[in-house]
Design a protein around this ligand. Structure first.
Ligand code: ADP
Ligand code: MG
Length: 468
């Protein structure tokens, strides 16, 4: 029996509706249209790739439950993307009827080139995203050093002191974009230079394949031919000694022949865990540059750029509202824009401050719900099994002093409260006490690894609180 996709999807929706809050439902499920239902496969159309990724990241469970209930245990969901901005170099812009299934994004990229034996002349897709260029990368205090080092490298790959260039920073701050921008810029300036971008996960998989096929030498020889090698999210090499060993060999070979290496990571080399010291020391040879969170003006500039890219114009109050509230992550900033546009086109709503509030509430509840000094005090008190009031007391008992200093440290890092306001919440202490406490915690983290773990643990708990 052939069922109408709309009917199938509507039934799924009524299940999903019970599982997610109304706000999320509106933001992430209402804009979806069902386009096809054949055999056990339901194809739904989402406004863009970001939407798809968001659904896959946050609502897999709900989606799975709904389609299984509606279609059966062999049910499958496929996505169709309405507008795909993520074209690849050397390919046509994606057309409207692309229908990648989850995971299919990966499939037709590099066929590991080294499987072609005896390959001499290189003709490798550099695996770059055409949208990630210097032109589209907004400069700000947050990326000044990394960006200018990147520019210098692009002008003279392998010929600067920045080899490797090690770009690090939190998720969504532009590491991949910047690393790829350098690659794209090299390609446009030097036709004969072979650039290759690879994530460290993919690199790891290639190594595993190479080992399985007895092709480790071919594999390494292949990589030795690259002029500019970009390895993204190198922290994922942790705990993979064999992959690290092979990468070590490739690194040395390339470095010695004056080839350029660009690496990214979520932390500086010294903080990489379970990575061979020999590698870490090499990562420090060139320049390590971090990307930090953009300030308000930079966020405005980035948002502006994205609007041009999406071909939309929003009222100023909406722009300011969004840039004020989304602080920590450029990807979220884009996400808000994209879902605003999706909401307005698909649901025919005007983009005004109310819609912005709705959409942002969704993002903020997921990523950066405000946390208060009180929340932090409670968390720390629970952690150390103390009554909260103890944090205000005048006692000099070491355990309590420590808990108080830690609370101040977390309050400074996770809330927008001023030092003065924080001090006043701890038995009316002044701002210099807060400064002192923050410094004391930092110093102790440098010398006491157990303490450092405690802090990391607490930070994780605060973050969990932020997303709950
Ligand atoms: P990371 O690799 O650090 O997680 P990405 O490079 O994937 O972050 O960046 C996330 C998104 O934010 C990308 O779409 C990127 O284009 C955008 N972005 C980040 N920084 C900037 C910037 N300075 N200017 C313009 N877009 C940016
Ligand atoms: Mg990245």
């Amino acid at each position: 029996m052939i069922k109408d996709p709309d009917i199938v999807w509507n039934n799924c929706l009524s299940i999903i509706k019970k599982d997610v809050n109304p706000q999320s439902y509106k933001t992430w499920f209402e804009p979806i249209k069902a386009v096809k239902f054949k055999e056990n496969i339901l194809t739904i159309q989402v406004p863009n790739k970001f939407f798809y990724e968001w659904l896959e990241e946050h609502y897999v469970k709900e989606l799975k439950k709904a389609i299984t209930a509606e279609i059966g245990s062999n049910a499958r969901l496929e996505y169709q993307i309405l507008v795909d901005n993520h074209r690849k170099i050397g390919r046509n812009a994606a057309t409207a009827d692309q229908s990648p299934s989850p995971g299919a994004f990966e499939s037709n990229r590099i066929k590991n080139p080294f499987v072609i034996p005896g390959i001499k002349k290189l003709n490798i897709d550099p695996q770059l995203n055409v949208d990630y260029t210097f032109d589209t990368f907004i400069e700000g205090e947050c990326n000044k050093l990394a960006r200018s080092a990147g520019k210098a490298i692009a002008a003279k790959p392998g010929g600067t002191a920045f080899n490797p260039l090690f770009i690090y920073g939190d998720v969504g701050l532009g590491k991949t974009h910047l690393a790829q921008a350098i690659g794209s810029s090299v390609i446009t300036q030097f036709k004969d230079k072979q650039v290759l971008y690879v994530t460290s996960e993919r690199f790891t998989n290639q190594v595993i394949q190479a080992i399985k096929n007895n092709g480790v030498n071919d594999f390494m020889n292949f990589y030795h031919m690259i002029d500019v090698l970009i390895v993204d999210d190198i922290q994922f090499l942790a705990n993979r000694p064999k992959t690290q060993e092979i990468f070590f060999n490739i690194f040395n070979q390339l470095h010695q022949s004056g080839k350029q290496l660009i690496l990214t990571s979520d932390r500086p080399p010294k903080d990489l865990k379970d990575v061979d010291d020999r590698l870490i020391s090499r990562f420090k040879w060139g320049l390590s540059a971090d990307l930090t969170t953009p300030d308000y003006d930079t966020r405005l500039a980035i948002f502006d750029r994205k609007m041009v890219f999406e071909g939309v114009e929003l009222p100023n109050d909406v722009i300011e509202y969004v840039c004020y509230h989304i602080r920590n992550n450029v990807r979220e900033l884009e996400g808000v824009l994209v879902s605003l546009v999706a909401q307005s086109t698909l649901n025919k709503r005007e983009i005004d401050i109310n819609l912005a509030k709705e959409v942002i509430a969704q993002f903020i509840s997921q990523v950066s719900k405000e946390i208060t000094v009180d929340n932090i005090k409670q968390l720390v008190a629970d952690y150390f099994n103390l009554p909260v009031e103890k944090l205000h007391s005048k006692t000099r008992k070491r355990a309590i002093v420590l808990a108080r200093q830690l609370s101040m440290y977390l309050a400074k890092n996770f809330t927008n409260s001023s030092l003065k306001a924080i001090g006043s919440e701890f038995g009316n202490r002044d701002h210099s006490t807060v400064i002192y406490s923050v410094k004391a915690v930092q110093d102790m983290m440098d010398t006491d690894l157990v303490f450092k773990d405690t802090v990391a643990d607490l930070e994780k708990q605060v973050q969990l609180n932020l997303v709950s």
